[in-house]
Design a protein around this ligand. Sequence first.
Ligand code: MRU
Length: 365
Amino acid sequence: MLLPFTSASNNVEIVLKTGLGNKGKMKPVIKTLWWEKGKLYIIDQSLLPDREKIVELKNVRDVWSAIHNLSIRGAPAIGCVAAYGIALSAVKARVKRPSDFIRIIEKDIEYLATSRPTAYNLFFALERIARVLKISGNASVEQLRELIIKEANAIYGEDLECCYRIGVNGASLIKNGMNVLTHCNAGGLATSGLGTALSVFFVAKDQGKRFHVFADETRPILQGARLTAWELKKTGIPYTLICDSMAGYLMKQGKINLIITGADRIAKNGDTANKIGTYSLAVLANYHKIDFYIAAPFSTFDPKIKTGSEIPVEERDADEVRTVRGVRISPKDAPVYNPAFDVTPARLIRGFITERGIIYKHKKF
Ligand code: MRU
């Protein structure tokens, strides 16, 4: 299997038991986040691509800040790190009575749920941990602790496997000679595995397909320029970085054959929240008759939300727009609107590339 990252410092092998392609094996070398002997580590994405710094998150407050400040970002990765954040609370809770332990954990679950509002994977993961407590019967504190760590490991492992399956399912869409556009970063950095949209590229490349990726820079935080370009470079996938405003012109010139992005939350009707700018791409794709796909695991599908209008869209600090990588580019007090996501209506989406296959509009999900 093609590896998204290479680094000598952290070469942990992960074996997938998917039974799919390539003997189900892959070896992400720099991992986005991992749990080791009761400790939680992440690569600080806010410093990429200039520095590859590994940071230990020591408590639930560190986890909250890392999510909030985008040191770890991308919907599935947020879910995984939140699950391990609660595992950290479980390791650190020094109480004897199960009821006291459960109270601490429930408080920390509520706290982490306030770190960012849009990515459904955060709530999916926290709800799974909360459910473990609910069905634990008369478990002791030690047993509860073990159950929480086990559930966090399961969330992480399932995400890893989903990524690979998404890649395998989506790779069928990639044909030799294609130019594919992506937005933001839906790569290994955004998950515990190969990514979602980028997993499709990694698997297609591994299958020997020749194609070219156009990566939107993705203002204001530049996840495309900083993170997607970094991953594509590391894996040797031919790519071109463009400013967000260039995508329409490329489509007009017939230079884009397919668009695949990730998702932060998908409503029951298929309306999809993803990084700001995704909606514009989908409208442009529709106008130019280019297939627009979303790649996402089922942990991004919110079964409680009927349409996209119910998805909470995060608004972030004005200085993210007033500055680029710390350099001010506007008057100091320029009034700013900074929604981090937008919602693309289902009718603009050709299909959803998931771990269970590609779901087309006419099918219920
Ligand atoms: O603000 P971010 O960087 O967390 O936004 C990330 C995205 O919008 C991704 O496209 C999405 O989470 C999918 S990641 C597989």
